[in-house]
Ligand binder design. Sequence first.
Ligand SMILES: Nc1ncnc2c1ncn2[C@@H]1O[C@H](COP(=O)(O)OP(=O)(O)OP(=O)(O)O)[C@@H](O)[C@H]1O
Length: 268
Amino acid sequence: MLVLEGVTRRFGAKAAVSGVDLAVAPGSFVGVIGRSGAGKSTLLRMVNRLVEPSEGVIRFGDRDVTALTGRALRDWRARCAMIFQQFNLVGRLDVLTNVLMGRLNAVPASRALVRLWSAEDKAIALAALEQFDIAGLAAERADRLSGGQQQRVAIARALVQEPDIILADEPIASLDPRNTRVVMDALRRINRHYGITVLCNLHSLDLARGCCDRLVGMAAGRVVFDGTPADLTDAAVRELYGLEAAEVLDAPPPAAVRFPAAAAGLAA
Ligand SMILES: Nc1ncnc2c1ncn2[C@@H]1O[C@H](COP(=O)(O)OP(=O)(O)OP(=O)(O)O)[C@@H](O)[C@H]1O
């Protein structure tokens, strides 16, 4: 269980995140929603300590994440893989090597430094690529791939880290509707198949409703909604999005990002 207690982050006088209490059950798929500037990215980044909390405690099981340093902090970061809007691959390296980077924490430093990957590590990385239908691209330079392919490589890299949690910060913000669906399916498959907890920031309310088990809504750094997609009434949306609510509520659901069969990828 991931638990946040009274977590606050200030930048100067401004609190980007303010007194957040949250418990995330293992294996859940939680969407973090809210308007731009609500504090979603800062919240996610505090979980893996890319951003340091100003106050509060973050725990995972009996581990005090906020107190970790050195090797223990690196281990924690390996246990909670991050997926970014801009993919964060090394463009000049091939796809397989990018995925193998996810194994860095699992191999001895001497081998990692010279990128002497074992046959087993390569097999694990290839198997991850196969899961997302991109094994055929293993030898391609990462920067030759489309955005959707690059994000699938990033998800494969996260998967080979064998994480407990995946933190996805607007993972589909740079993608077209078709790739949006492919990438969200990939995240759902990981969640359902491996039981990996997913905490995912999403701008699209429709997408969040369609693929998350639970929604956490933020406004001005605070959690103002916490419930199932069915609990998210129009009134709750108005509180979350303020003047933008009409826009969000009226947005026609893009057909290509609907998840009618609760994620087609689950059977794979
Ligand atoms: N490094 C920083 N320095 C100063 N202010 C920051 C920093 N990072 C975030 N903020 C501020 O904190 C607030 C919350 O930002 P954050 O990026 O967490 O929101 P968000 O909900 O993820 O927004 P978006 O959906 O636009 O990414 C914003 O007002 C932002 O300007």
